[in-house]
Design a protein around this ligand. Sequence first.
Ligand code: COA
Length: 461
Amino acid sequence: MYADFSAIKNGLAGARPSRNACSSVILEGGAPATPQVDIVLRLSHDTTMDQSLNFAAVIKAAGIPEQGAIWANTWPDSQPSFRLNELYFFQPRWMDEALAKLKMPETINTAFRQARPFFAQHPALQRLAWHCCHLLYQTRFDPAALKTWPPMPTTLGPDEAMFYAFICLAGLPHLERLHRQRGIDPAITYDTAADFALWMEHYHGQSGVWGLSNTILRWVYGYLSGALVKLGRLQYCPGKFPYDFHVYRRRRDPSVLMLAGDGMQFRPDGQFDGANQITAGAQCWTSRWSTTPTEVNGNSISHSGVAQPKIVTLPTAEWDEVLTQQSPILEVHIPATGPLTHEACIDSLRRSRAFFPVHYPEVNFCAFTCVSWLMDNQFDRYLPESSNILQFQRNFYLHPVPRANDKQTYERVFGRSYENIDDAPQTTSLQRILVAHVKAGGRWHSGGGFILREGAGAGVS
Ligand SMILES: CC(C)(COP(=O)(O)OP(=O)(O)OC[C@H]1O[C@@H](n2cnc3c(N)ncnc32)[C@H](O)[C@@H]1OP(=O)(O)O)[C@@H](O)C(=O)NCCC(=O)NCCS
């Protein structure tokens, strides 16, 4: 039982002493250290013998005795590679280097540095952290399973809220490897991964404690698994167009028209029936869509996102279908990293057109799409032409989305929902606009939009 000098040099002197045989530091991604590695740590612990680190004891110690049961079946898989006090992401030097690569704000660096000793003192949390990392970064993991990952209570102290933040930081080597294989510039890798700092700030804003919510893990795993990439101002994620809409482009000019699929229920305002849980009853109408060898007939959706009851006919000799349900797309996401200037968005969209064919050649996307509170087609009634939100929206051909509601609008603009709109903050012009609209009897709702990859959607070519 001893620690050599390099361990002390690397700030590990305070690590919990071992009781049994030697082992080497767990390297990034779980590979055991080779002799060439300069960190040779001989603090160790025969965890197979330690009953305090068996599954039931660990989830009880972590404060999640029932919710943690989701990890029971896979628990033995991460046991052989676990080394107490030797996990790379709890080593101060590794942590500082990772945070520096991500150019994290000092507040976030401090949050990690202050929480680290807490995890060093809690073998059960180290064991659980290793299990999570093993699943996320060493197995073929189904992100849908993240829905069941429980919130970490703060029964052991407020630092426990940092548990999932460490899990995310620990994913950096995995992402570096994935991006390296695709030849992606490391600057893009780090810019992409740094996003979880925003969610830590969000968590801090909501709870007053530094940490990361379990509910945001699925989003973060989107980029830690290499699916989502940030290019300048915007983020992109390959996907499939989920809606039963048909988009046509005229051959002789850049005209684009969206038709609704067959049998959809719309209200007279052109939104889906049931949007904001409001149904139009007998006033509601049903869309029709049909094709023959020579023409397509259907209800169009206007460029400003309003479903039209009148049927239009498109000759197939003139119009090509370019986007429909299940077509490959690039979802566009907007991180909360400051103003959404038109120039920054156009620059990002241009970069992505060049980036994906080179680094993700298998993603043969037809269009950029965005579903968001920012796509509410009522904004043009209120926001000035200079508004970034309005200019962003104008790049897209808008469309209604089923089950649209105002939940995200409230969350993103007021930080939470308000039963009494008079209680909502009114600091910015947008907040005042939102309140005025609601007081006038209106409802805000999310919406969708697309920009075709080739040629124009609405504004961007
Ligand atoms: C998207 C975003 C960057 C737009 O901000 P912007 O570039 O300032 O937008 P605009 O120029 O249109 O802003 C016009 C006004 O609305 C205000 N505003 C914009 N977004 C706001 C928000 N989320 N909350 C409160 N006010 C907001 C601006 O401060 C400005 O107010 P002012 O006239 O009093 O100065 C911003 O809303 C944001 O960071 N949102 C969080 C990320 C997000 O919602 N992503 C989409 C998730 S699907």
